[in-house]
Write a protein that binds this ligand. Sequence first.
Ligand code: PXL
Length: 279
Amino acid sequence: MQKQVLAINDLSCVGRCSLTVAVPILSACGIHASALPTALLSTHTGEFTGYTCLDLTGEMRGILDHFATLPLRFDGVYSGFLGSFEQIELVGSVIERYRGPGGLTLVDPVMADQGRLYATYTDAMAAEMGQLCRLADVIVPNLTEACILMDAPYDPEPDKSAVKRLLEGLAARYGCGQAIITGVRRDGLFGAAGFCAADGTFSYAGAEHLSQVFYGTGDVFASALMGAMLCGKSTSEATRIAVDFTHDAMLRTLKNGLPLRYGAAFEQALPGLIRALGL
Ligand code: PXL
């Protein structure tokens, strides 16, 4: 039967990130994608000024009340950027309400990068994000977020054993079956390191490091990872597929001379993702 996923993220009208990335990528994976928008912005917040932003926490409650009247079943819930403490709590209740046996909950604890919490994030919100991670089957923090979640000092280039310790620590502390840390360098490559608690395996998938700053690539990666996992791929297979897809999207953006602030041109990389999934 076709799988159905609820993607909880903001809707930035212009600039590929959050919902404008999650919905098409999940659809390409053959999944019925539904959306719960957390905020409506004219653009994403990187490299744009003067953008509009409407918080939708109140509307989310109304949407969820309506959902409660429908015979809805989600095989997966995927959450990304959340704007307030209250919203993180609300997403926790959505996950508890909708996660079913055999379902997959993926939490991307978007809250920090480059060793620092984002300006909109308080320590209380970061702690609440930790609570949300406890409800997840899969978490995909970047290296900064992984260190915050583990109360560990930030090290931008941890060695192999430090990454393993972080991964095992995350899975143990937050009770997640799978932890994948993004933005990990290894042997001159840039990619993601994963741990699957069920079989105790570690994996790494990297690609050539691109020095340019892209926006929304974390969302491209997490969406493809979610799609691949729902298609039955293991932690290591799904991580490899998502890294290759994200890298392909970034390369296409550069090759076509497209402005980076509008995000990575993942659209023409979708056929490759579909092939990698064997669909
Ligand atoms: O994850 C990327 C992203 C999502 N949502 C908003 C953003 C960004 C990146 O800048 O600004 C609103």
